[in-house]
Structure formats: structure tokens, C-alpha cells
Design a protein around this ligand. Sequence first.
Ligand SMILES: N[C@@H](CCC[C@H](N)C(=O)O)C(=O)O
Length: 311
Amino acid sequence: MRRPAPYDRRVRYVKGHGTGNDFVILPDADGDLDLSTQLVRAICHRGTGVGADGVLRVVLVAAEPAAAAYLGAARWFMDYRNADGSIAEMCGNGVRVFARYLVDAGYEMPGSLVIATRAGLRSVEVPPAGDVSVDMGPPAFAAGTVPVTVVGREFAAVGVSMGNPHAVCFADDLGPSELARLDLGAPVFPAEAFPDGVNVEVVVPSADGVAMRVFERGVGETASCGTGACAVAVAWAARVGGTPPSEVLVDLPGGRLTVDWRETTVILRGPAVLVSDGVLRPEWIRQAAEVASGTAAAGAQALVPAGTGRS
Ligand SMILES: N[C@@H](CCC[C@H](N)C(=O)O)C(=O)O
């Protein structure tokens, strides 16, 4: 039986990031935490919470009903939430940081780990130190293109699923420095093409490969997106060369990721860094919950804003 909420205790967390895509990691091996949308929003808020693009709850497959299908195939389940509290199927930077945490915390040895996610099993290579790589599985291309408006222009976007949905917009007439100066704004896309929403990437050619910026579903613009980098790299490779194998260097505002599109799968590699350890205080958690249930004193509402983690 799950406890209703963690209001009565201090909740440990670890802060981490992959090329600036940052996460609050919540160790919850036994599945005790009932992580509400409002609590995720409060944790991710950059003014009044810890601040992050998303939350990674670390739970044993055996303790998580949503992971029942993976019993015997993986030990750990990555429960990923966007900063607005929404659930996403996959997070390429998140799963690498998740695996780095498992090794750092002593739950697993360095080497190959299989992690269960909502998008399926993912095999992660975690060396004792340095970059972490993950086998992201094959991309799924949508048929045709979709009109997506971003930076005041309409693009014929390429739809790619990496377990989660992406719309890749090629701005071939721009270079990396022009890309960096763009006001990305909130993209507009046809709901019928992406009924569950979509992550939108704007891509330009660079000296070594491609440069991109990303507007993430459930977050807003982020410094990096691992699944986005994979979607961009395979869409780029398909466009210029047609078929794998192909290694693409992807530059993002937060750093560089390498995407290796092999015959049947896509390998994503890059830094996965643990930054700090902390504790969520019970009184802060309680206040966040009261705000969520509408019982907080006037003025406390700012603790749980409805917007993204970067608002
Ligand atoms: N930043 C992540 C993707 C996180 C999920 C995404 N916002 C969605 O809703 O699909 C990554 O590194 O892949």
C-alpha cells in the first residue's frame, strides 16, 4: 500500500544534468513516493523550488506497478516527469543521468545496465567516469512532413519518434550564430499530427555536423534534449546520405552530444553529471501540497505556478 504523500519526512534528492538538461533525481527504491503533478512543478520551479527541466524518480521495477511488464528484464524503472508535471515516455539525457546516479550511489556496478522506461528497455553503458551512452532503439519516421511554425516561420517539419515525439525543422539558410540569436518562442503545430504534443527542434548546419535548439513539450526551451538530438541526427542523416551507419555531432546550447545511427538502432553519447545532494524539507512539501489542494494561505500560491519550470 502506497503512502499518500511524503509530507511527513525529509525527501532526499540529487541534482544532475546532461549538457545542461537538468534533473532532480528522487531515490524511491520501494515506491513510497506519491509524486503529484503539483509536487513535480514545485520541485522544478526555478524561483521557489530546486529548479530543473524534469524529475527522475528512481524506483525498483518490482515496486512499481507501471513497470510490471519489465519484471525479470530490468531492475530499475525510470519514472520521468516534465517540469509541468506531465509524464513523458522517454528522456535521452535523463536515462544517462539516471544510470550515472545508480552507479554513483552504489546500487549498480559500472558497465552495462538495462533500465526500464515507459518507452521500453534501454541499455546504458556507464564507465567508472566520463561520458555515458545509451542504446535508444530505432527511430520511427512519420510519413510526409508536418507544417510547424516556430521563430515566425513555417517549416515542413520531419516527424520522428524516439519513444517520444519530435518535429525536426531544418533552417538551412541559417548558421549556428544566427540560430543562437533567434527568439524561439512557443511553436505552433497541428494537433491532429501530434495529439500528445511534440518536442520541436530547429536545426542548422555546423562545421562539424549540426547545431540545434529545442522547445520541449512540458518544459519550454531547454539547453539540451537527448531524444531531440537523436531525432535531429537521424533526420539529418536520412536527408543528406540516406542510410545508416552515420555518426553525427550535435551541438546544443548546453554542449555537444554524439549520435551514432547504426543499422538497427541509435546510440546517444554525452556527459552525465551529478551536481549536488539535497533534502526537500517536510514543511516545504506540505506547503506545496496545500497550495495544490487550495488550502494554503493567500500569497503562498506562487509556490506552485502553473507554467513551466523556467517561468
Ligand atoms: N530532455 C529529454 C526529453 C524529455 C521529455 C520531453 N520533454 C517530452 O515530453 O517528450 C531528453 O533528453 O530526451
